[in-house]
Design a protein around this ligand. Sequence first.
Ligand code: ADP
Ligand code: MG
Length: 491
Amino acid sequence: MSASDAPLTESLSGSESPLLSAWERLRELLRSRIKPEQFAVWFHRAALVSVDNERVVLAVQNEFSRKWLQDHYEDILTDAARELLPGHAPRVEVVVDSERFLAQLPATPPTNRSSAPARPPEPALARDSRALALPPGSANNGPGLLISSDVGLNTKYTFDNFVVGPCNRFAHAAAMGTAESPGKNYNPFFLHGGVGLGKTHLLQSLCWTILERNPDARILFLSCETFINHFINALTDGDLTKFRNKYRNVDVLVVDDIHLLANKDRTQVEFFHTFNTLYQSSKQIVLSSDSPPKDIPSLQERLVSRFKWGLVTEIEPPCFETRMAILKRKSREKGRELPDEVASLLAERIDSNIRELEGSVTKLIGFASVSGLPITPDLARETLRELFTARRGQPSMENILTLVTEHYGVKLSDLQSKKRTNAIAYPRQVAMYLARQITRHSLEEIGGFFGGRDHSTVIHAVEKMEELRRSDPSTARLFEGFLERLQAPRS
Ligand code: ADP
Ligand code: MG
């Protein structure tokens, strides 16, 4: 940059044109640093609010874009701003100024743009605002991401933020492959797996990638529930045409949690037609589900077979190393690194749900910073007590009763009877103790399962068993074994 910074800085205040030319220069600098698609998505709609030697302030249209720029473009922006103001080290701030953008939107579609007020040329007016800035509920028929009424894309759900391990490597690669050339490689792309394993994260990463490569892509991302609700509303209002226009005029349709179509016959028929229309015109369809197509209850055979036309991929629960890597990544994102011993403690305890893993990091780090205590295994045990007791898929009272009756060879009716012989009372107390350890039932509720005993009886049983567990190693081992079995993931 040859222009001197001092005059620029001074002349900027209160005058619009130097600001505009500074913006033009900054845009050029940005353009030279990033891909044209990225520029089109993120910077065409931004505006320069002010510049001085210390601060460069950009405005974007919503919190979502602000966060995205901050998370992904901070270094690039800072570099560009320094080049704009040589000899200075300005901070770049991104603020939200939705008014500014509302004012810029044309009242009519962008055919009469020649009469737009003087401001930097914008070849794709509102392109990214269409893509990203629409408030929930906005209708949108222009290019870019069509935000459905209930789901916005999460800026954190990108491929970059996804920790890859043996459990999800294939799913990750398949999602990337789908995003590479939508409608071609894998159509439909069907991703299935248990709760909290990263399905939604991968689906949204796929959308971001498509959008980054092609800001004009018309992507509709929604939960199956939304599809069902919209369909019911359309039926009620007698407005199926509008509904169909919306769902069938897209380049990419992503329906999260498609297993919710189970037992919804009419919606299944509608989805079948939506699927066919999109598929026939080589539009990409992406679906996620908690189970493979054939296991979705009462899913029509023709849908089952269509869902298998492209690529069906499973995302599996993460192995220990992947869990460790995820814990490290999530804690780093929150600004604190977990010591290895704490990370491995959590990775051992939470073995099947990444959302839970993430929740535990948030809670632990939150507690550590509020209390000022160091993050130690003890603090983890204390803060995440429920994890160390009630974990993995919440075993039910029924599981406990089955286990205990089988192990001790007693009948359920015995446990629930008034009998007090040791052969019955002991297993009953064990069962109460286990229930206290691993279910969320109150003392009263637990008593209720055993013939309506009161809470003091349960307390007595729990204390007695706790004492035994402490004093007698073989009882301790037996109880550990029970807890292990009860907490093993159920299929
Ligand atoms: P699902 O849709 O399968 O129930 P989500 O995609 O909502 O699961 O994932 C739950 C949480 O775990 C999200 O916050 C997501 O970012 C995180 N997560 C899942 N898998 C990974 C991964 N491999 N790397 C990083 N974060 C992940
Ligand atoms: Mg999900």
